[in-house]
Design a protein around this ligand. Structure first.
Ligand code: COA
Length: 362
């Protein structure tokens, strides 16, 4: 049978043409003999009586099992009242590509999503078809979220396609500018784009994720920013390149000049812990809250990642850093020695070193 698995198709009759398939269904339902679809037998009139599985008469797109096996990961099956009435919404509002459609079924793809529309009659023998038929608005309580689409364009497409704009494009604090759109059956899609992350918080300074190319601006000045201490061996480029979820750059909103950076990591073993490896602010911009801004951005990202504590270390000689960490709510973790009057951990970064270890709960 040339249908998707979810239509209640049986196996082993893939070579059967669609008309015979309709015949089979009717024969099952009514005990009819040689009835064929489209023979002027009042087939469509029988719809009210017969739980018909297919209306399609021509050759279908591809065997159900072939398409079924091509699907990977998450895909969506939506049971709709009319495939042809739903299609414009999916093509114009959600900007999905139509792979195939007939009056029973449509397959669409795009934005990493595989979506299938099944007309009610094809699902009449399936449990979810019976449930859907009872709902005035289908899928109540489910939001299907698609990130990476322009919400203005999507909302305009929905209006043009007869969908409902449940919520026009709106900026939310969860990092999306999004709109909420309902298809003709009531299925709600939330589509949007990420907002600049995170929102600027200190005057002319803007934060953004740290990028690999920031290393070219930071590494040449790093030792200067640390008062002449030789710090570059402790900050390989990988910290700029591979931890963008947990690392930030602070830049001048007008000129984009880099004013500060933070390299942090979320532990992979103990998934409650986070660590700030480096933070630095251009000496000319210190004391204006950029360090705090960077730390608070990290705290927020760490909380969102489920982290409950942050650790950082500094050299006992770095009194500015010690004051900064205390101002940021860190506690000094008791160590095995005292260096320059502060509890420290000997050998923490290798033989002959001692470091102050800070910890803060989130
Ligand atoms: C430490 C550093 C990142 C702080 O950046 P900053 O932008 O000047 O810090 P902020 O202006 O946001 O200050 C945040 C808080 O820390 C306090 N603070 C910062 N530096 C301080 C210092 N040297 N002495 C005392 N307090 C200090 C501020 O008073 C402020 O407290 P408040 O908010 O309660 O008023 C910056 O001085 C720096 O880059 N130092 C060199 C690199 C370094 O040592 N990094 C840390 C180790 S990895």
């Amino acid at each position: 049978m040339y249908a998707l698995p979810c239509d209640g198709a049986t196996r082993g009759d893939r070579a059967a043409p669609a008309a015979s398939q309709t015949y089979l269904v009717l024969r099952l339902a009514l005990g009819y003999g040689e009835l064929q679809a489209g023979e002027g037998t009042g087939l469509r009139a029988l719809l009210g009586v017969v739980r018909l599985v297919k209306l399609r008469q021509g050759e279908p797109w591809q065997p159900a099992d072939v398409y079924g096996r091509s699907l990977q990961g998450l895909s969506l099956n939506l049971v709709v009242r009319s495939v042809s009435e739903s299609l414009p919404f999916y093509e114009r509002a959600l900007m999905l590509r139509r792979l195939y459609s007939d009056e029973d079924f449509a397959a669409l793809a795009g934005h990493g999503l595989r979506l299938m529309l099944h007309a009610d009659h094809t699902y009449s023998r399936m449990p979810s078809g019976e449930r859907a038929a009872q709902e005035r608005l289908r899928g109540a309580g489910v939001e299907i979220r698609l990130l990476g689409l322009d919400p203005e364009r999507a909302a305009a497409g929905a209006r043009a396609a007869g969908g409902e704009v449940v919520l026009p494009p709106t900026v939310f604090t969860h990092g999306w500018r999004e709109c909420h759109l309902a298809d003709p059956d009531g299925y709600v899609f939330v589509v949007g784009e990420p907002t600049p992350s995170p929102a600027p918080a200190v005057g002319d300074v803007r934060l953004r994720p740290l990028r690999a190319e920031d290393a070219d601006n930071v590494l040449p000045v790093l030792d200067d920013w640390w008062g002449g201490r030789h710090m570059t061996p402790r900050l390989p480029r990988l910290f700029f390149e591979y931890f963008s979820d947990s690392s930030f750059a602070a830049e001048d909103r007008e000129t984009s000049k880099l004013l500060g950076f933070l390299c942090g990591v979320f532990a992979t073993g103990d998934t409650e812990r986070a660590y700030i490896h480096f933070v630095g602010v251009d000496p000319s911009a210190r004391g204006s809250g950029i360090g705090r801004l960077l730390y608070e951005a990290f705290f927020a990202a760490a909380r969102m990642a489920g982290r409950t504590s942050v650790t950082a270390i500094t050299a006992p000689v770095n009194t500015g850093s010690i004051a900064f960490h205390r101002a940021m709510g860190f506690q000094v973790v008791p160590g095995d020695t005292v260096e320059m009057g502060i509890p420290s951990h000997s050998g923490h970064e290798g033989p002959g070193t001692a470091h102050v270890v800070f910890r803060r709960e989130l």
